[in-house]
Ligand binder design. Structure first.
Ligand code: NAD
Ligand code: TDX
Length: 331
C-alpha cells in the first residue's frame, strides 16, 4: 500500500508514521507536511531512511493532486491544532483546516483514492460537569472555539463529499492525546517542561475542566483499524475512558516528578473554555474490535515524562518562545 500521511511531522502524525514503519513493512509512506511551527523533521528522524518527506502546503492544489494520484490511501492528520492560537489568530485555522481539507477532498475525488480524515471530539462542543453523559456518533455538532469550528467544517465537507461524489472516506473524532513528540504548547508537555526548566506549572482557572486522555499509540492503532476495516461514510469516536480534571492531571505530574503538589500557578483562564469532553467509543470497540493498550494513565504519564527528560534536544530550543507567547497573554 502507498500511503500519503498529511501532517506526518506533527505530534500524532509522526507517532503514526513511526508505528507504521515498525509494524507494516508492506506500507510505503509519503509524508506531506508544511513544517509549520508545530511540525519538525526531527520528529521523523528515527524513520528518515524509511519514508519520503515532502515539504509542502495542503493549499498547494497541484502538489496535493500529484501526491494523491501516486497513493492508494490518504491519512489526513494535518491541521492547525492549538485552541489558544486559534483564539489569538484564527486565519491559519481557516486556511489549513477548511481550505486544506477541501484540497485533499478534491484530489481524492479526482483519483478515487481512499481517505481517512482525522478529527477531534471538540466538534461536539462541551458537556456539563458531573453528569453521566458522553459524546456518541450521533451527538449534534456544536463547536465552541475557532479551532473546533474549523475542524467541524472540515468534517462536514468530508461527509458531503462522501454523499455527493461517492468519495471513499471515513472520519474519526478522538479525545485528548498525550505521549512523546507533543508540542510543548499543549497542557501536559508544557507542565513537564516547565518543571524541567525550573518554571512553575500553569493551570487555567481552577483546573476543574475535564479532558478524556488517550495515549497517542492507542489513537493511532484505532486509525489503522478504521483504515483496514472501517465502513465508508462512517464516523468513529476514539477514546479510552481516560476522564480527569486538569488539576488532578497536574497534581499527578507534580507527584511523578517529586514536586510539592501545590507548586504551580493559577493563570488567566481560556476564553470560552470547554468544560468537559468524554467519548463513548462503544461502536469502534464492538464493530471493529479495537481496544486501547495504555489503560494505566499514571504509567503512560510516567513514560511521557521520561521521554521529555531524555529528549531535551527536541523541545529545549522552543521553550523560551512558547513561554514568552503565553506570558504576553497572561497565561
Ligand atoms: P500538531 O499541531 O502537532 O501537528 C500538525 C501538523 O500539521 C504539523 O506537522 C504541521 O506542520 C502540519 N500542518 C499544519 N498545517 C498544514 C498545512 N496547511 N499543510 C501541510 N501541513 C500542515 O497536531 P496533532 O496534535 O498531531 O494533531 C493531528 C490531527 O489530530 C489534527 O487534525 C487534530 O485536529 C487531530 N486531533 C488532535 C488531538 C490532540 O489531542 N492532539 C485530538 C484529537 C484530534
Ligand atoms: O498551560 C495550560 N494550562 C491549562 O490549564 C494549557 C496549555 C492548557 N490548560 C488546560 C486547557 C484545557 O482544559 O488544559 C486542558 C488541555 O489543554 P490543551 O492541551 O490546549 O488541549 P485542548 O484545548 O483540550 O485541545 C486538545 O485536545 C483536542 C488538542 O490541542 C486539540 O488539537 C485536540 O483536538
Amino acid at each position: 500500500m502507498r500511503l500519503l500521511v498529511t501532517g506526518g511531522a506533527g505530534f500524532i502524525g509522526a507517532n503514526f508514521v513511526h508505528s507504521t514503519v515498525r509494524e507494516r513493512p508492506d506500507v510505503s509512506v509519503t509524508v506531506l507536511d508544511a513544517l509549520t511551527y508545530a511540525g519538525s523533521r526531527e520528529s521523523l528522524a528515527p524513520v528518515a531512511d524509511d519514508i519520503r518527506l515532502v515539504e509542502g502546503d495542503l493549499a498547494d492544489e497541484q502538489l496535493v493532486e500529484r501526491l494523491v494520484a501516486e497513493s492508494d490511501a490518504v491519512a489526513h492528520f494535518a491541521a492547525e491544532t492549538h485552541v489558544d492560537n486559534a483564539l489569538a489568530d484564527p486565519a491559519p485555522f481557516l486556511r489549513s483546516n477548511v481550505i486544506g481539507t477541501f484540497s485533499v477532498l478534491e484530489a481524492v475525488r479526482r483519483h478515487g483514492v481512499r481517505l481517512h480524515h482525522v478529527s477531534t471530539d471538540e466538534v461536539y462542543g462541551d458537556l456539563p460537569l458531573g453528569e453521566d453523559v458522553r459524546f456518541t456518533e450521533s451527538t449534534p455538532y456544536n463547536p465552541s472555539s475557532p479551532y473546533s469550528a474549523t475542524k467541524a467544517s472540515a468534517d462536514l465537507l468530508v461527509r458531503a463529499w462522501v454523499r455527493s461524489y461517492g468519495v471513499r472516506a471515513t472520519i474519526s473524532n478522538c479525545s485528548n492525546n498525550y505521549g512523546p513528540y507533543q508540542h510543548i504548547e499543549k497542557f501536559i508537555p508544557r507542565q513537564i517542561t516547565n518543571i524541567l526548566t525550573g518554571r512553575r506549572p500553569k493551570l487555567y482557572g481552577a483546573g476543574a475542566n475535564v479532558r478524556d486522555w488517550i495515549h497517542v499509540e492507542d489513537h493511532n492503532s484505532a486509525v489503522w483499524r478504521i483504515l483496514d476495516g472501517g465502513e465508508i461514510g462512517r464516523t468513529y469516536l476514539i477514546g479510552a475512558d481516560g476522564e480527569r480534571d486538569n488539576l488532578s492531571v497536574l497534581r499527578m505530574i507534580l507527584q511523578l516528578m517529586d514536586r510539592d503538589p501545590d507548586d504551580f500557578d493559577h493563570v488567566t483562564d481560556r476564553a470560552g473554555h470547554d468544560l468537559r469532553y468524554a467519548i463513548d467509543s462503544g461502536a469502534l470497540r464492538d464493530e471493529l474490535g479495537w481496544a486501547p493498550k495504555h489503560t494505566d494513565f499514571a504509567d503512560g504519564l510516567g513514560s511521557t515524562i521520561a521521554w521529555y527528560r531524555d529528549n531535551e534536544w527536541w523541545w529545549a530550543p522552543l521553550k523560551e518562545r512558547v513561554e514568552a507567547g503565553y506570558a504576553k497573554r497572561g497565561q
